[in-house]
Design a binder for this molecule. Sequence first.
Ligand code: UFG
Length: 338
Amino acid sequence: MKVLVTGGLGFIGSHMCVSLIENHDEIVIIDNLYNSKIDVLNRIEAITKVRPTFYQFDVQDVNRLEEVFKKEKPEAIIHFAGYKAVGESVAKPLMYYENNLDSTFALLKMMEKHGCNNLVFSSSATVYGVPKEVPLTEDSPVQSATSPYGETKLMIERILTDVQKVHPEFNIAILRYFNPVGAHKSGLLGEDPNGIPNNLMPYINKVAVGELDHLNVFGDDYSTEDGTGVRDYIHVVDLVKGHLLALKKLSEEKPGLFICNLGTGKGTSVLEMVKAYEKATGIKIPYEIKPRRPGDVAENYASTEKAKKEMGFTCDYTILDACKDGYHFQVEEEKRRK
Ligand code: UFG
């Protein structure tokens, strides 16, 4: 299948591109390099021996997007491009609403105009807001999110649902990610945010290589076993496998709208993550307990029943694998920087 991957040079997008190529799909990448580096294209080529077709522009640019649709005639889209920093979205709501919504509108218009009927959208467990109970199933209530970023995911889910109703020929998979972690085993692809990371795993990676001196644990007084926040950390290679299965479902079963969680079904606390990281790498991660981070929930993890039943999805990797691969990537990245 010919697949357009927006945001294909980002953390999840780049792993997706590798999996698609390994699956013998043809890919076209659009990325504006806002939060990614052009060198990732070379690295995808180094891993797969295939150099993907790449266009550098913003997906909101409907004219350029139309040129790509006319020339490439994609049969499916996987839409990763979007702003994703929760804190930044609170400070710059307009930027988040405009970018995340407009890029989706542009793609939907192209789907209508050029007969591309398959779309996989990167949503987030953030749409469940503060969970009333865990594990979260796809039928758990979606709630007003705690940030403009989360709100864009909720709005886009709603827009996709409405558009699919009037386009029964559209097959749309909304995948709600829990916490993607880990990296490609080659050490060539991973998550390396600019500046001080907001998320747990990239932060621990930087502590492990000595770039930051300790981890701040945000709160140890939650109603969880050890008092620290519990999340469902899924290895990025498993996460992208879920997308391949979703694409297969869209093209073979033509399900219309399909909403599915992508997680492991298992919760891990911050302190358990620190221990796992130390076990996987042999490196001590010093930490200090700090106050809770505003907007954080105590516990969230996925029910994986629907993903298993409807797509045959199961995870191949553990938290230990994710820690090992995340660390390996960080070490290689430091070497490449020198
Ligand atoms: N944490 C720390 N210290 C840090 C960073 C995180 O203790 O330096 C803790 C958090 O308090 C939380 C856990 O580690 O308990 C995970 O935090 P992350 O920032 O890694 O992930 P979140 O669950 O907060 O955020 C993720 C995605 C968001 C999404 C959100 C809700 O990154 O995009 O889940 O689904 F919106």
